[in-house]
Design a protein. Sequence first.
Length: 444
Amino acid sequence: MFLISEITLPFSYNYSNVLQLVSILAHSMLYFYIFWLTGTALLSYYFEFIKRDDVSTYMARVLINFPLKKISLPVVLGLIPFFVIYSIDLIWLTGSEFASLHNWTLVNILLFTLSFLFLYSYKSTFELVNLLSKTITDKESREYLDFMENNLIKHRRNAVIGVIGIILSLFLFSILSIAKLDYTRDAFRFDIFSYLLNGQVYIRFLYHLTISLSIVFIGNLFFNFAWFETKLDVSEGLSDFIKAKSLKGAVVTILLQPAFILIELLMFPSNSLSYLIFLSSGFAVVLIFIVLNQLNAYGKENLEVYLKYSFFLFVVILISVSTRDVVSIANVLKPKTVEIDQKFLAYEENLKGKLNIQTIEINGEDIFSAKCAACHKFDTKLVGPPYNLVLKKYENNREQLVKFILNPVKVDPAYPPMPAQGLIPPEAEAVADYILKVYKENLK
């Protein structure tokens, strides 16, 4: 943590918007995968070790296989976004008061890594345990029976550790996301034990669990009945069971989500709210009801297209939720962002002094003389109209004038169209300020 924070350069206020966008992308990827893996682990364990019949065991194996089909999946969709979020936190949440929060983020990354490794081992031993249980007979040797028993013990141990680990990781993730909303400029101290008694943490954790189950049920329908590479062979006789369980589970868990979204909005600190928070939350709720409509249509008509719409719309819902969460934290951290921007300006001036770099001021009069004077004068018609006649409409609308200079359009048919001059925004602003200044002086 110390190394990353030491090599991190200060950033400007504008750069914070880029960080916010990157954080939304990273959160969207992590939300999708950690929710998917958590829901899969829970349901797979339930079907194999609690229900324990052959059909349920088969469904458990199908479920755990999707998010862990390749070891690269948890790395690309889980670990990398985790580290991106951690790095952004180190940049944004500077100061000793955030040290404990950063340390617990590292703990959570380690916990997530161990969890998916145990779950991957659980998934890998599924085939071996299934094969051994089918080939065993009463006449098998003691060594063979002991070998099978040891594999069953390892199989269940991997499942238990993996499920407990991923649930704890999700719970810790919920704590950390709520803790960032508690930031105040005057005082902030992260104490994980105090958050164990925080009701908002448990609301968010239950919401995350609900999303986890929803994405598993929808994903199970999509990958088994709509995705051509993993489509289930209906001749196996299990399709009706999987379809019924997944469809019912998806509808029930998705129905709960608008309530959680509303409750969380009511519990958000006032300084975290903005129009984008309400917009993304409302958009997510609208999409939720569209997904429910698509699932209902699939239950009646059994068409694959409804599953495809449901799955991809649910991914958009996750993006909306991650946008809401990231923006709410960014709103709370605005005082911190201003503080960081001030440090950047001081750092920039210090760096310029060390490198002997002088700041060159953009001069609007010089740019006007080089780019505009050949076609325009203030009181005389040249190629273009005199400025004293056309600048009246821009007198109190500087921004519109800057836009016109950057992207000119034909206005008066009596004059030829004005060609673009290839100016950058600061240059266009300088020209606009200059010609408006001269125009107002001519009116006196």
